[in-house]
Design a protein around this ligand. Sequence first.
Ligand SMILES: [Zn+2]
Length: 388
Amino acid sequence: MPELFRAAQVAPMTAGHLLLTDAVVVVDGQEIVDVGGVADMKRVYSGPVRDLGDVVLAPATFNSHVHLEMSHLLGVTTQGQGFVPWVKSLVAQPLYALDRARVRAELLRMEQRGVAFVADISTHNASAVGEILSGSGLGFTAFREVIGREVPADPAELLPQVRAVEDCGRGVMSVAGHALYSTSAERLRAAKAVARERGLPYSLHLAEHTDEDGILLTGKSEFLDLLISRGVITGYDAPGKRPAPLAAELGLLDEDTLCVHGVTLTDADVALVAKSGASVCLCPRSNEYIGVGQAPLRTYLAAGVNVCLGTDGLCSNTDLDPYGEVAWLLAHYPELSLSEVLALATVNPARFFARSVAQAARLGSLAPGKLARFSVVPQAVLDILSQR
Ligand SMILES: [Zn+2]
């Protein structure tokens, strides 16, 4: 028999239904069968009513960019002084010393806060993180991030095969490029080709900070000097192009690419990304933590870009709950409504990841046939709205 979950407000995130008052989500087993006003739903369904009280019930959220392998680095990096001081403090740490128990604890915490899908980037521990994600209750994409120069004779080697991921049916392994300056054009293109051949999503840190623009345009940057001194890259020929035009020229941008950060894009760059069909993942709290400025959200929205939200890793944020990003945006963009911002953590990432992960197609909104996975909008978010 279906159960009726009643809340003071429900945000179904479906077209034409922004916020329902005194509403019910009807659930049968794992699946939503109906959404509507209490009186209407009670006339149709006779199941028990579970009253959730004076809350705003929303779809479970997506965290579209996180680095779980760095979950042990909470609070140890330099804040607010820009990218180079931050990355110096980061590389002084045991970066890839995966703490499995900590990762499991963070996944559980996310699930408890209403996260249903995670897109992880791991450089040295992608298979291990994929296994851990397989054992969680979350949908996921576990990206193996490539960095450096060489391309293996068989590029398929870039994509880890993880039996637990294949068996669990809730996620996929894929490949991601680190960034245009840290990874050779050939390696980035090889990784994109591997993903494209298999219908998998691709991810790339794009235009996170002005040092990235400087490296690509002129080859002169304190950050580049740091990368060379650490042996991450050897020698460098600046392509003389801005990040977005370069990514487009390399064939890295299409509907299955998620550009992460997108802070320093110009209006023309945003138009280029919009034309490519690529999605963009903003990480506003991480950008603020590091001190690299903020992405031009209004320009993205005006250009019709599919914008998603990620927390980034605990090396540049205080928690992995995308509602922190929702709160940040609502506080900084007073003209945006709850539904408009919530879309960045629900329907928009569902649209992107559903192209390659079946589980994602069943998340992101509260509608018949979708999975009964919810989040409750935190009081901190509601307080921001009430203070406007
Ligand atoms: Zn990242």
